[in-house]
Design a protein around this ligand. Structure first.
Ligand code: AVJ
Length: 315
């Protein structure tokens, strides 16, 4: 784990265009900052998708066309705190559907907390938490003869390039059987005046979230980054629909990382690319499902048309 982090940091900081993988945001500090981000006035994504789950769970059930008596598996990739999913679970229970809920997450800690809160709030729901790699777990579930509904919420897919997202969806499609369903949360393309503040909030929480990557390298790999010498630097163009975050060096400087045994030079103004947050249109979604066997059957949007939950059937 530490070894892989060290290898990835060395590779990213040795590259001509420096980068760090966004998955490393999520240590304990980063998880707590992301919880704060979701509550920020500028970060509309979570509230918009919550609106869909508050208003339109019956439309989801309609699109999934499940038989109430047929037992199915509701699988969630990266379940987090499950606050949106709880709305769906409540509707499923009220309508007396017959299902198990299988949250999958890398974080055992997140799963334990989710399991505990579900035991308190929705004690009748059968929960089987699955800790580990999405695809390893999905592969182990493939042989189940029960229909599956997979949830991938929050526009988490947006942290992938379109090529990576396409590869991910092709791989996901392979783990499902015909007639299984996918619900994919996707943030929609919109003007810069709405998107950029979501990644550059006035309280500086997103700045701290981004800078935590450097703090984490200091903590875990013995780095000597001075966080005051780097600036949180997000960008967005509505034309492409792509938000990107960078950390820009404020000076010519040399960083030493004990664990990689190397030094890395930065010029003033040089950027480390840390994250893509892709925004979508129907056309881009059609592009990334190409070759995956997924067929779009419905699109649910929030009242302000900021966010969409796309529903697919696996052919
Ligand atoms: C969890 C990937 C959806 O890109 O909007 C929030 C992560 N980064 N603020 C996003 C994030 C900075 C978030 N996703």
């Amino acid at each position: 784990m530490l070894e892989q982090f060290s290898i990835d940091v060395d590779q990213g900081l040795s590259s001509e265009h420096k980068y760090l993988p966004s998955k490393y945001f999520y240590d304990k500090v980063g998880d707590a900052l992301f919880v704060k981000i979701m509550a920020l006035p500028e970060y509309y994504l979570t509230r918009a998708e919550m609106d869909i789950f508050e208003q339109q769970t019956l439309s989801m059930l309609n699109a999934w066309a499940l038989d109430k008596h047929q037992h199915f598996e509701l699988i969630e990739l990266g379940a987090g705190d499950g606050s949106k999913t709880k709305k769906l679970l409540t509707t499923l229970k009220r309508k007396q559907y017959n299902f198990d809920y299988l949250p999958i997450d890398i974080s055992a800690n997140a799963l334990d907390q989710l399991e505990a809160s579900l035991a308190r709030e929705l004690p009748d729901i059968k929960v089987h938490k699955q800790q580990g790699d999405y695809f390893k777990i999905l592969a182990s579930l493939k042989s189940s003869h029960h229909p599956k509904v997979v949830l991938f919420l929050g526009s988490s897919i947006g942290n992938m390039s379109d090529e990576e997202a396409n590869g991910f969806l092709i791989q996901l499609g392979k783990t499902l059987n015909p007639q299984d369903k996918l619900l994919l949360g996707a943030d929609l393309i919109k003007p810069e005046s709405l998107v950029l503040p979501a990644y550059n909030d006035s309280q500086g929480v997103t700045r701290d979230f981004n800078l935590n990557l450097l703090a984490r390298i200091n903590r875990e790999l013995g780095g000597d980054f001075d966080l005051n010498q780097f600036k949180h630097d997000p960008s967005y163009t509505q034309q492409e629909g792509i938000a990107k975050s960078y950390l820009t060096s404020l000076a010519d400087q040399r960083i030493t990382v004990k664990h990689t045994g190397k030094q890395y030079w930065f010029k003033a103004g040089e950027k480390i690319y840390t994250e893509i947050s892709r925004k979508y249109s129907d056309e881009i979604i059609q592009n990334i499902i190409e070759g995956s066997g997924f067929q779009m059957i419905d699109k649910l949007t929030d009242q302000n048309n900021l966010f969409a939950d796309y529903i697919f059937n696996k052919r």
